[in-house]
Design a protein around this ligand. Structure first.
Ligand code: E4P
Length: 220
């Protein structure tokens, strides 16, 4: 299972890469707008920092201008993946880009049928938004389960990229369901390692080591 970092913050990208946890990065207009830097320069620096795919989203909602934007976004790095919204124009753009060997991440996927259409349009990734579904009292992970079934049944090469992740639980459930990728906010990614029993165990070992060293001390 691959871990992408869901962030446009260069410091977060650098730190998570340094920990060896990042197989790729996803951004969106909201994440880019949170940063002070010029977004094109920032996206270029993120592409240089990461060896894996970096998703950059088109701003336009029209087919022709999506393609024009995609052409410009692709100049920002060799690892750019074009993110298109799961709309009619987005699907059309996805098909055209995919036919030209451009990797597309279909975003804002909230139903299994949207995901199926995205896969049929040749998307490299589909992004089910689990947290936003949970937020309106739906079951985000049920969507992932349905996509896994559909993609396995028809042997699509499209990868399921679980997005809108809010907690380590979402990451665990994505892994158990066999999703290919989870794109994870920095805070959640750092929380994956934490366990109170690990901390407690280390405290006990530290005390034991202290006692061992105290015992050893006088014999030397
Ligand atoms: C990732 O590709 C998405 O843009 C992201 O996970 C959006 O999630 P949100 O619900 O936190 O905005």
């Amino acid at each position: 299972m691959k871990f992408f970092l869901d962030s446009a913050n260069l410091e977060e990208v650098k730190k998570a890469c340094d920990y060896g946890l990042v197989d790729g990065v996803t951004t969106n207009p909201t994440l880019l707008a949170r940063e002070d830097d010029d977004w094109r320069g920032l996206a270029t620096r993120i592409c240089r920092e990461v060896t894996g795919p970096v998703s950059l989203e088109v701003f336009s909602e029209e087919y022709e201008s999506m393609l024009e934007e995609a052409r410009n976004l692709l100049k920002l790095g060799p690892n750019v993946v074009i993110k298109c919204p799961c709309t009619q124009a987005g699907l059309k753009a996805c098909r055209t880009l995919s036919q030209n060997d451009v990797a597309v991440n279909m975003t804002l996927v909230f139903s299994p049928l949207q995901g199926l259409l995205a896969a049929k349009a040749g998307a490299a990734y589909v992004s089910p938004f689990v947290g936003r579904l949970d937020g309106i009292a739906h079951d985000g992970m049920e969507l992932v389960r349905q996509l896994v079934t559909i993609f396995n049944t028809y042997q699509f090469s499209t990868e399921i990229l679980v997005a809108s992740i809010r907690s380590p639980r979402h990451v665990l459930e994505s892994a158990l369901l066999g999703a290919h990728v989870a794109t994870i906010p920095y805070g959640v990614m750092m929380g994956l390692l934490k366990h109170p029993l690990t901390e407690q165990g280390l405290t006990t070992f530290r005390e034991a080591i202290y006692n061992l060293e105290m015992d050893k001390g006088p014999q030397e």
